[in-house]
Design a protein around this ligand. Structure first.
Ligand SMILES: C[S@@+](CC[C@H](N)C(=O)[O-])C[C@H]1O[C@@H](n2cnc3c(N)ncnc32)[C@H](O)[C@@H]1O
Length: 303
């Protein structure tokens, strides 16, 4: 038997009581009450079967969201409320600012170009940053790429692309945002902006991904990654797998900046902030970089 919601059960009780007592003596009123009762029962059925409106309401209220989407007027409940979401909030204002800057650079460089401005969002999860960019008209097209399982934390990441799809439909962005469940190492296409947020430290060979990004990005690269707090910044440092994980890698700021400079990027902004809720010294700092492509570099799809 289907599970009855509390609301549904109370409505049924009220209707049953009303029918059996007072209304049985007043035929016209009872007739109306019956009509109401039928409508109510339909509503109860719909609730129990999860019609789109109600299942959407239920989905938005589950405490399993990667982000709270209040930035587009949709309140969603994040997992590990009061912990994980605080880390997100630390990087968010910096990254919003970088994305706005990136959009300005693309508009200035593209001039009167007729092709729509585009963005690829690698390790997109729920595509929070793509949705921010599209919702605020900072780009016209966005592609999100996420494997939903590559991090070794599959139970947390499963369903993130569905969350992206749900928000994109509510915000009527379907024609503008496409979502690909695939490995970032295989993404295709040339884009004006690349977002590589919260991902590089999840993979064992970040330089190989950076080479692909450098070939396939026309103008701006926004990177955010976690870096260790206890490693000397004078010399480049890299290790794989991440010392406390069985996957991923860890590197310092110098390693990343040297690599990017060598691949034709000018680093135009750097921000380092403590990730307050991360206790392990390998995950202690959030590094964000705004990288602008040197104008002499050509773009081409990577083989
Ligand atoms: C820390 S989350 C970052 C989410 C989002 N960009 C943000 O910062 O809010 C990392 C995401 O990368 C995805 N991921 C990890 N390794 C991947 C790979 N090799 N290819 C595609 N996605 C991957 C995970 O599924 C997860 O959703």
């Amino acid at each position: 038997m289907k599970k009855m919601s509390d609301l549904g059960r109370s409505l049924k009780i009220v209707l049953k009581t009303t029918k059996s007592k007072a209304l049985s003596r007043f035929v016209p009123l009872r007739h109306i009450a019956n009509e109401v009762r039928v409508v109510m029962l339909f509503a109860i059925n719909y609730f129990n079967q999860g019609v789109p409106g109600f299942s959407l309401y239920r989905k938005l209220n589950l405490p399993n969201w990667y982000h709270d989407f209040s930035i587009v007027g949709i309140k969603t409940r994040t997992f590990r409320e009061g912990g994980y979401d605080l880390s997100q909030k630390i990087k968010e204002p910096i990254l919003f600012n970088y994305i706005e800057n990136a959009s300005g650079i693309v508009k200035a460089r593209n001039g009167e170009k007729k092709t729509p401005s585009s963005l690829v969002d690698l390790f997109c999860a729920d595509a929070y940053y793509s949705i921010y960019a599209l919702h605020n008209d900072l780009v016209e097209l966005a592609v999100g790429v996420d494997s939903e399982e590559g991090s070794g934390e599959g139970f947390v990441r499963g369903g993130v692309l569905d969350q992206a799809d749900t928000i994109s439909k509510i915000c009527t962005l379907q024609g503008k945002l496409s979502l690909n469940k695939s490995d970032v190492m295989e993404y295709r296409g040339v884009f004006d902006i690349c977002l590589c947020i919260g991902g590089l430290y999840h993979i064992s060979d970040p330089l190989s991904l950076l080479r692909r990004i450098s070939a396939q990005t026309r103008h701006v690269l926004v990177i955010q990654t976690i870096i260790p707090s206890h490693v000397n910044e004078e010399t480049p440092f890299f290790v794989t797998p991440a010392p406390h994980w069985t996957w991923g890698s860890r590197f310092n700021k110098k390693y990343l900046i040297d690599a990017l400079t060598g691949m034709g990027w000018t680093i135009s902004a750097v921000d380092v902030k403590p990730m307050l809720v991360n206790s392990n010294e390998w995950d202690k700092l959030s590094l964000s970089l705004l990288c602008v492509k040197n104008p002499d570099k050509t773009v081409t799809e990577f083989p």
